[in-house]
Design a binder for this molecule. Structure first.
Ligand SMILES: Nc1ncnc2c1ncn2[C@@H]1O[C@H](COP(=O)(O)O)[C@@H](OP(=O)(O)O)[C@H]1O
Ligand SMILES: [Mg+2]
Length: 272
């Protein structure tokens, strides 16, 4: 199954990646935004390309991008269908010259991710998917690899986590996971790539008990849901994308749907 807009969005995400690459590993001016996070000309180039391309694709679907998010709640509250865009996720990794940065576009319908596309400019791959669609990785040679989460750990229980952002609650959860599963394989990876590793069955869990915004997670959530995974808040409810004041997500746990350790994980995350 596909979605009529999916092929065009994949092309736009690839084009945004191509617009970013000339800035990568070059001398780059870095501005600091009001929330203290960095932004560069690469973020803005990708933002403009995606904004223009998505608007041209369907002028009736509004675009919310990390780089153009000063839209009043009263206006957003009326949206039932909208694009949620992070033109360059992992900006700190990008500035540091790492390969771990992504281009993210999700189509949101009534608070749920319809589909998401996550491009990896540094190596040319593109992950995409949605709960009702399935999920694939478009490889550099043009082949399509279907994605599937793994319901059980293979060897050590593998946790993916940010390189730069954690919290005492996050560290405590990792300790509880060690007590339950033994020594963990811990993969620190920047950006929404963490969800992609889970979607392709290379990891078991992505716990995020530290802040993210809606644009950091939506596209990759689509990929993960298409691959048989889920993203839950720590009360066990699916992470949703209704309009709200500000754009912060609650803490969340990304995991394979139906994992038999799901309730134990929720209990570990809820316990003080
Ligand atoms: N205090 C905070 N509040 C909101 N979002 C935060 C944050 N600290 C980090 N993030 C988000 O975490 C993202 C990086 O994720 P990770 O740490 O997993 O690599 C950043 O994305 P950008 O690079 O798009 O700004 C940023 O949006
Ligand atoms: Mg981001």
């Amino acid at each position: 199954m596909s979605h009529p807009y999916l092929p065009a969005v994949i092309e736009l995400v690839r084009a945004a990646g191509a617009a970013i690459l000339p800035y990568w590993r070059r001398e780059l001016a870095v501005q600091t935004k009001a929330d203290e996070s960095p932004v560069t000309a690469a973020d803005m180039a990708a933002h403009r390309l995606l904004f223009d391309g998505l608007t041209a694709l369907d002028a009736g679907i509004p675009v919310l991008s990390e780089e153009d998010c000063a839209l009043p709640l009263a206006e957003r509250a009326g949206w039932t269908r909208w694009w949620l865009v992070d033109p360059l996720d992992g900006t700190k990794e990008f500035i540091a010259g790492s390969e771990e940065f992504t281009v993210n576009v999700a189509l949101i319908e009534r608070g749920r991710v319809c589909f998401g596309v996550v491009g990896i400019p540094a190596d040319g791959r593109c992950y995409y998917g949605g709960a009702a669609l399935g999920a694939w990785c478009g490889e550099v040679d043009g082949t399509l690899r279907p994605l599937r989460t793994r319901p059980q750990p293979v060897g050590a229980f593998t946790v993916v986590a940010s390189r730069r952002h954690s919290s005492p609650a996050q560290e405590q959860l990792l300790e509880r996971l060690r007590q339950r599963f033994g020594e963990l394989a811990l993969a620190n990876v920047g950006s929404s790539l963490k969800f992609c590793l889970l979607a392709e069955g290379s990891a078991d869990c992505y716990p995020r008990l530290a802040p993210t915004s809606q644009w950091d997670t939506a596209a990759a959530q689509g990929v993960l849901e298409g691959a048989g995974g889920e993203v839950l808040d720590i009360a066990g409810a699916p992470l949703t994308y209704e309009a709200r004041e500000g754009y912060l997500n609650p803490s969340f746990l990304a995991l394979p749907a139906g994992a038999d350790w799901r309730d134990e994980l929720l209990d570990m995350a809820q316990r003080p």
